[in-house]
Write a protein of this length. Structure first.
Length: 90
């Protein structure tokens, strides 16, 4: 819940300028992105905050992969309710 929405950025080779442009465009809207085939990239006001966000993201992914059967994603109305409740931009 603290990390919020993590968009997937399609694969580009390492160092491709398109990745930097996509991250820059999202930087004020989200706390991180998932680079397809490369992994997560997170940020925060401090190194500690970024590390906590990465830890939460990894733990959430681990729990998701361990859950059988996997729950269906939340619907638009449920996500909007969470946004309103927690004042999330995502």
């Amino acid at each position: 819940m603290k990390v919020g929405y993590i968009p997937l950025i399609p694969y580009c080779k390492l160092g491709d300028q398109r990745v930097a442009e996509r991250v820059r465009a999202l930087a004020n809207e989200v706390r991180g992105v998932l680079l397809e085939r490369l992994g997560p990239m997170v940020w925060g006001a401090s190194v500690s905050q970024a590390a906590w966000a990465l830890e939460e993201l990894e733990e959430t992914a681990r729990l998701c992969l361990m859950t059988t059967p996997r729950p269906e994603p939340l619907g638009d109305a449920q996500i909007e309710e969470l946004r309103a409740t927690f004042g999330a931009k995502w």
